[in-house]
Design a protein around this ligand. Structure first.
Ligand SMILES: *Cc1c(COP(=O)(O)O)cnc(C)c1O
Length: 346
């Protein structure tokens, strides 16, 4: 491998220095000061001050929990913002390209469209694993990012460790491993391998296992050098005060999060059992996430029948390799009983 961060960073980004906000310039050492530097309203209401642009409090807890340093973390307004920042930092519009592996998370394609960056799609194999040979064929000197979603949405499976290692070792661009569902997975996070791969970026989120989709908090984990580049282009106050506070409370409450994850995993097993008894379910794909992808006889018919019974699932039939599949999110015990009953009576 011949990875060089300077070679893959956009020229205009190389020349930037981050916007220096009032809250960046003076960092409190804890002594009592009056803040007349940011044109804020002085009447305290809990949110009248600008939030910490570097989210130091939250980052230090996350760094501690994940066994990394704060300089390895960038936080965003959901992982969707983090992914967008990666496009903007590394991909020259109308010139560079990225590789995605359908069927996968739809935002990679949306973001490549928004940023005018070619999206080279390399289908997963029939057992939903990356096709290393075809990926290597698709790579050229303008390929900047390779998106690997593991566990993958919508298929639910994790990709083989050996396969991902091969890609990390052979690609001179950045390998982005989207770990939105890692907390439901039996596999270890790639965060522990951060030091081994200078081209590795991991994204995580509080939207799934942590139950905080509404506050929008995405996590980007990479080498300090990569994080420094992305930091240059991030909007200064991209993670608001309320989000920083709620996220901090939540990540500190490890027991509560763990308990919910375990409950979801046990409901997932029950959901799979229930699906196995349904006559029109043909295949239940192995899952490492909080959803199950199942092939049915006629996805659109079954989707509409479930709708009529008040249950909304995701019809994935138009996705490549996903003909006649439905994606079922694992709900609460009560919700899953209603789903099982609906499936039985269709
Ligand atoms: C749900 C999901 C996300 C979460 O995105 P946020 O913007 O953090 O809510 C990211 N990646 C994948 C693959 C997802 O399914």
């Amino acid at each position: 491998m011949n990875f060089n961060l300077d070679n893959i960073t956009r020229e205009n980004v190389k020349g930037l220095s981050p916007y220096s906000s009032a809250r960046d310039e003076y960092v409190s050492d804890g002594s009592t000061m009056i803040f007349l530097d940011a044109n804020e309203n002085p009447f305290e209401n809990g949110v009248n001050r600008y939030p910490d642009p570097q989210q130091r409090g939250l980052k230090s807890i996350l760094a501690d929990q994940k066994g990394i340093k704060e300089e390895n973390i960038l936080l965003g307004n959901g992982s969707d913002e983090v992914l967008d920042l990666l496009f903007r930092a590394f991909c020259e519009p109308k010139q560079d390209n990225v590789i995605t592996l359908p069927p996968t998370y739809g935002m990679y394609k949306v973001l490549s469209g928004i940023n005018m960056v070619e999206n080279r799609e390399v289908l997963l194999t029939d057992d939903f694993q990356p096709n290393v040979i075809d990926i290597k064929k698709a790579i050229d000197n303008s390929t900047k990012l390779l998106f690997i979603c593991s566990p993958n949405n919508p298929t639910g499976n994790s990709f083989s460790t050996k396969t991902i290692e091969k890609l990390l070792n052979s690609f001179n661009g950045l390998v982005v491993i989207d770990e939105a569902y890692i907390d439901f997975s039996s596999k270890e996070s790639w965060v522990s391998k951060l030091a081994d791969y200078p081209n590795l970026i991991i994204t995580q989120t509080l939207s799934k296992a942590y139950g905080m989709a509404g506050i929008r908090l995405g996590i980007c984990i990479a080498s300090a050098e990569i994080i420094a580049v992305v930091n240059k282009i991030k909007p200064p106050y991209n993670v608001n005060q309320l989000t920083q506070e709620r996220a901090t409370d939540r990540v500190l409450d490890k027991e509560a999060v763990k308990k919910e994850i375990n409950e979801i995993l046990s409901e997932r097993a029950k959901l799979i059992d229930a699906l196995e008894t349904v006559s029109f379910v043909e295949t239940i794909h192995h899952t490492d996430a909080n959803f199950v992808l199942a092939k049915v006889d006629d996805a659109t018919l079954r989707y509409n029948q479930l709708l009529a019974k008040g249950v909304v699932v995701r019809n994935r039939t138009t996705q490549p390799l996903c003909e006649n599949t439905l994606r079922f999110t694992v709900g609460s015990s009560e919700e899953n009983k209603i789903l099982a009953e609906a499936l039985k009576t269709i």
